[in-house]
Design a protein around this ligand. Sequence first.
Ligand code: XLS
Ligand code: NI
Ligand code: NI
Length: 434
Amino acid sequence: MSDFFEGIEKARFEGAESTNPLAFRHYNPDEIVLGKRMEDHLRFAVAWWHSFAWEGGDPFGGATFERPWHPQDDMGRAKMKADVAFEMFEILGQPYFCWHDADIRPEQGDFAANLKTLEEITDYIGEKMQSVGTKLLWGTANMFSHRRWMAGASTNPDPDVFAFAAATVKSCIDATHKLGGENYVLWGGREGYETLLNTDMQAELDHMGRFLSMVVDYKHKIGFKGTILVEPKPQEPSKHQYDFDAATCIGFLRKYGLENDVKLNLEQGHAILAGHSFEHEIAVATAEGMLGSIDMNRNDYQSGWDTDQFPNNTPEVALAYYHILKSGGFSTGGTNFDAKLRRQSIDPQDLIAAHIGAMDICARGLKAAAAMVEDGGLAMELAKRYSGWQTDEAQSMLESGLEEITARVLDQGINPKPRSGRQEYLENYVNRFV
Ligand code: XLS
Ligand code: NI
Ligand code: NI
């Protein structure tokens, strides 16, 4: 065991009145919310990349964190990093974690060597999972950091990169399966382009569709029961990313016949980058039965890029969980904190405080969402607003055509009266709960 977090005790629920900065004031795993334990609703996961692999660099400066396991180029330090990760999991008590291959194993420069170290480190992590009890929400392949991926993975103009990507994803699905992972994620960080001057978009999209079909085939072949998820993001690192937003992904999945095998992993900050609210993205996915999981974080609303901050805004989080609850909640998915510290937050305690605060915000949001569901006020207003559609006349109109409808408009002298959308009333209503 490591002692990176020396002196920090296991986080406990102390109630809303507690002033202990490292205690939960709202996250109470056993508390029953709408008939289910809070922990089972939220299904929190810690992201290996932001918490343990990221070194605190930005475009203007290098590492600020200087952790004892940096630089991350050998197996000894990879294991030290895993020890620290599980030390943190014991403090937080969250049920899940997530990784990219490149977060957990040292990069070896070629596929066979990467495979070997991935196997070794996942065996090591597997033992730790047994003793600590933390489970794998999802695994994924990092096919965007190394220079080999600079022009994309499955969408690369070079078929050798496509091949390397296929072998890499196979190894990561195998590792996820071995560790009992509940989902497998594909985020297409470089599946997009910088300029059409050098890009055959049609070919790239077809290759990406075929690649995803191979992933689905392989999952069934090895009996992996987890859900395959794609994660939309409109830009960054690519100028134009093919998985722009939930609606774009759904259209893509339909085109390649994958709509029954692949769901979405939606991220708060990516929704904002796409010009949407998080609840919009969630509602688009749930309308199609395609919500898989969420990456919970927040973006700086002024900066225009993916700042991956820890969530701290209860009203926003409450509306996200409202739509999740309305759709029946998570099945294999959960709430992954795809969030990183600010680069000046260099103390071990900052990492703990960030997660405790984020877990508390989500718990508050969940409780507010559950209270809105129980109260039924929003659902009632919605039903009232659409009640005109409950009549036989309105329903039969949907079965008719423009000529019949026109005849009825003339015959009955239909002349609609505008009615208030009551937005401010509804916003005030929500504010009663958050
Ligand atoms: C980056 C993405 C990434 C995915 C996993 O913006 O959010 O972290 O979640 O590859
Ligand atoms: Ni993400
Ligand atoms: Ni992100």
